[in-house]
Design a protein around this ligand. Structure first.
Ligand SMILES: [Zn+2]
Length: 875
């Protein structure tokens, strides 16, 4: 009887919790256990596995939420109790109501907290070489699908886990393919020589305030916005020689727009997870180091009332084990990996480090976080509602931002509003004129009121950043910002947005998607041709499109016209083409009242070579993205193409995106290049996509066919190209290929003590020479995004096109050593033979954000194929 009862009990508990049917383990599916040395499941295998798990387990739901840039499935795996999974829409609705106190009273919220579940979004593998988490994800899901421990039951009962096994599936596949290709060769474990996101490589986690990439849009619009997670766990890896794993608390400063409850909650969660990892006997766990909590570019969730907990694990060579002697362990912000400290109580002793170690630490971290989300379900939901209440009832100014209807670039203004809309910010549009803050605004102006659930996201994107000066110790040198310090979109976009402190009223309608003013085409009655004002990027996109279509076009430089004005003479079939252009672009094409006369540039479609280094440059990818978005034709060229010579036959211009001069000239395997990234912090904003393993590790050899950079032959070929009339454009650090004491453009900062000068990413003001064709369409002073780039002194025939005129050029962010910039140039042109070199000391197309300076790059490209002409007085 007793036995029977026991059997019945066993049976009923099995029926409740343990799955009746066989559930495939990752080991069965892949033929190896996730984390096995030198074994990786690729994206095809991972999606097939999660799909299978979804079909076998009633605790797991597989969903393809969209396609990646290269067309692969972008998936989520939702995990909870079967009862919860059966009512996901109900729980989404609870989350939506808790997020918005404008539709939910405190009493209603109380009941929603009782009924709701903590939502935990887990994002893996955003950085593709940080491969372990894509593998660990299968264990997270399998253990939750099959486990029957009290902890797993508590998690399933209280939490909805939305697992994103890779935020960049294209990169997961690319890295696994690359790894397998070189497995067993001297190059095993090396990093790919191309960006592992089609466009943006490692910058794919710097896109959370502009949403340019498909994957970011999917994560925001299909996962985070509809689910309103209270916690987002984002899994990374860092250098090999620091701590074994690192978690929050972060170091200062904190973005002032993040609610203090979130900071406290994140500190508590990070410290608790560190404790629970330490309790298993695992060593080398660090909290409170490495990163600050400033930039929304990589932290969307904290400005959407949830908290982001991140782990960084020490890397291996992709999936190949490494050996790290204790004495090679290094130091970084907040730690010395050899020394015990309050935030790092149990240093790791060195030795072998394998993929499996990373997976094990990640599994511990994941289950600790998921359990915390279960135990504190009520607290997380209460806090989530409370933070929303505080956001809606904010007292301090500004009350709102107004984006006036009258803008130089209506397309940029619309893009700005649409970024806010993607970020779940409510935006209104005035349906009648109104007054606010003592100013009059026209109908059509946009109003962004900050007293709304995600008002802090809007505020941080719209306001001027004041990154604080934090001394390392009282009276000591200033702590250096970890990442870029400014993201003020109105400055970067060249859009006017006015902060209004006092409350005001206006008649408005809700904006779903903002649309720029439509293009206009006015047919000429007199045959004098057509003019397009040149003030916006759209006018240049239109010009590229017309040139591609074979239309003859000029840019006027003579007296009586605004320099750069686009002139389309009367020609066969031009009306139909211009009408089509006005349909496509927000440009105003009007009939000339007389035939323009005087100086002009005849513009041809430039034949653009875009240089792609084998030390991958994110800037190259961003450039390519902007070209592709706007149908600007170009050809990718690699070292071998340039070394071959005869460039003038094929190209008018060679564009060399940001990369170190050494990477460009000596390439991978050159001194210090292609070598793995220093110490911790692969989240770091590097110029080239960095390797995860540290340089103290015996890294894999460089692959010969990708070694060497441009080399002597490449540089000679480029010299001949300019001598024969070609143009070279260099961006940011790439300009140092061409700055030297003996050339006409030298590096003005070459001898500056770098302890006194540091600007890791701020918006600065420069003055522009408007007569130069590179500056057509600009304003006399313009905000640039500047990141420690070279600035120039010009000599001889070289000219400066834009320069710093003050020692206080800071518009937003942080600056140290502004006095060294005063009087130096940031865009310089050096004539060489029949051609020239145009050097930028910054990235004019910075991360597809600095819309206001794109024109300098487009102008430089167009100028490469322009010829000076005198337009006759009469036709
Ligand atoms: Zn990372």
């Amino acid at each position: 009887m007793k036995r029977l009862l026991a059997a019945v009990l066993l049976l009923s508990s099995a029926a409740l919790a343990a799955p009746a049917k066989h559930i495939t383990s990752p080991t069965e599916a892949f033929g190896f256990q996730p984390g096995t040395d030198r074994k990786l499941a690729d994206w095809k295998e991972l999606t097939a596995y999660f799909q299978k798990l979804g079909s076998e387990s009633d605790r797991v739901r597989y969903e393809e939420v969209g396609k990646t840039t290269e067309g692969r499935p972008f998936i989520t795996v939702t995990i909870s109790s079967p009862e919860t999974l059966a009512h996901l829409d109900h729980y989404k609705e609870i989350a939506r109501k808790l997020a918005d106190p404008r539709i939910t009273s405190p009493d209603q919220a109380k009941q929603l907290v009782v009924d709701g579940k903590t939502v935990l979004v887990v994002t893996c593998n955003v950085h593709s070489t940080e491969i372990a988490s894509s593998q660990s994800a299968t264990e997270f899901a399998y253990q939750l699908a099959t486990g029957d421990t009290p902890r797993i039951r508590a998690i399933l009962q209280n939490v909805i886990i939305v697992l994103v096994p890779s935020l960049n599936p294209d990169g997961e596949q690319l890295v696994v393919d690359w790894y397998k290709k070189y497995l067993g060769t001297p190059y095993e474990g090396s990093n790919p020589v191309v960006l592992w996101h089609h466009y943006v490589g490692h910058d794919d986690n710097r896109d959370w305030s502009s949403f340019t990439q498909v994957e970011t849009r999917l994560a925001v619009e299909k996962v985070i916005n509809p689910w309103h997670p209270q916690i987002l766990y984002d899994i990374h890896q860092m250098g090999a020689n620091g701590p074994r794993i690192y978690l929050p608390p972060w170091v200062d400063p904190i973005d002032p727009n993040v609610d203090p409850i979130l900071v406290e909650a994140m500190n508590a969660l990070g410290v608790n997870t560190a404790l629970e990892i330490g309790q298993t006997g695992k060593q080398g766990v660090l909290v409170h180091g490495v990163y600050d909590f400033w930039s929304p570019l990589r932290d969307y969730i904290a400005l959407h009332n949830g908290l982001r907990v991140l782990t960084e694990s020490a890397s291996v060579n992709i999936a190949s084990p490494i050996e790290i002697p204790f004495e090679k362990l290094d130091r970084g912000i907040g730690y010395d990996a050899k020394v015990s400290a309050w935030n790092f109580p149990d240093p790791w002793k060195g030795g072998a480090w394998r993929l499996h170690d990373i997976v094990d630490y990640q599994i511990d971290a994941f289950f600790s976080i998921a359990n915390h989300a279960a135990v504190f379900r009520e607290r997380y939901l209460n806090d989530y509602y409370k933070i929303g209440v505080r956001a809606v009832n904010r007292q301090e100014g500004p009350y709102a931002y107004v984006v006036p209807a009258e803008q130089t670039d209506s397309a940029a203004a619309a893009r700005l509003v649409n970024i806010l809309r993607i970020g779940a910010v409510d935006v209104d549009q005035a349906t009648a004129d109104f007054d606010a803050g003592g100013k009059h605004y026209s109908r059509g102006s946009y109003i962004v009121r900050l007293g709304q659930p995600f008002g802090s996201f809007a505020k941080t994107l719209l306001e001027i950043q004041q990154y604080p000066n934090i001394p390392e110790y009282p009276g000591g040198p200033l702590q250096r910002p970890y990442d870029v310090t400014a993201q003020t979109l109105p400055l970067l976009f060249g859009v006017t947005a006015v902060a209004v402190d006092e409350k005001f009223t206006a008649t408005t309608s809700k904006v779903d998607v903002a649309k720029p003013a439509g293009g206009r085409f006015e047919k000429s009655a007199n045959g004098f041709g057509y003019l397009i004002a040149d003030r916006t990027n759209s006018s240049l996109y239109a010009l590229f499109a017309l040139l591609k279509d074979g239309v003859r076009a000029y840019r006027l430089t003579g007296a009586g016209t605004e320099p750069g004005t686009i002139y389309i003479p009367q020609q066969e079939g031009v009306e139909a083409r211009l009408a089509a252009i006005a349909d496509k672009f927000p440009v105003d094409i009007h009939a000339a009242t007389a035939a323009p006369a005087g100086d002009a540039l005849l513009v041809r479609l430039p034949r653009i070579a875009l240089y792609q280094s084998w030390v991958p440059s994110m800037d190259e990818g961003w450039t390519r993205w902007i070209f592709d978005q706007n149908n600007i034709p170009y050809t990718r060229v690699v070292d071998a193409d340039i070394r071959k010579g005869n460039l003038n036959e094929k190209f008018d211009v060679v564009l060399i995106p940001d990369n170190s001069a050494r990477a460009i000239t000596t390439g991978r395997g050159g001194p210090g290049e292609g070598a793995p990234a220093p110490a911790a912090a692969t989240e770091k904003s590097g110029k080239s996509q960095s390797s995860a393993a540290s340089e103290n590790t015996r890294g894999p050899k460089q692959i010969p066919e990708y070694a060497g950079g441009l080399g002597e032959d490449g540089l000679t070929s480029l010299k001949a190209f300019t001598e024969n009339g070609g143009t070279i454009i260099t961006l940011n650090k790439a300009s140092q290929v061409y700055t030297s004491e003996s050339s006409e453009v030298s590096d003005a900062l070459a001898t500056v003590n770098r302890k006194e000068f540091f600007i890791p990413g701020s918006i600065l003001e420069v003055s522009v020479d408007l007569t130069n064709p590179i500056a057509f369409g600009s304003t006399a002073s313009v905000p640039i995004f500047y990141e420690n780039g070279p600035t120039f002194k010009t000599h001889g025939g070289a000219q400066s096109i834009a320069s710093f005129t003050t020692d206080k050029p800071l518009l937003s962010g942080w600056i140290q050593g502004g006095q060294f910039l005063k009087g130096t140039s940031v865009i310089a042109e050096e004539p060489v033979g029949k051609g020239h070199i145009i050097l930028f000391g910054f990235r004019p197309q910075y991360r597809a954000q600095s819309e206001v300076t794109y024109k300098f790059l487009f102008n430089a490209l167009l100028y490469s194929s322009s010829t000076t002409q005198l337009l006759a007085e009469s036709r």
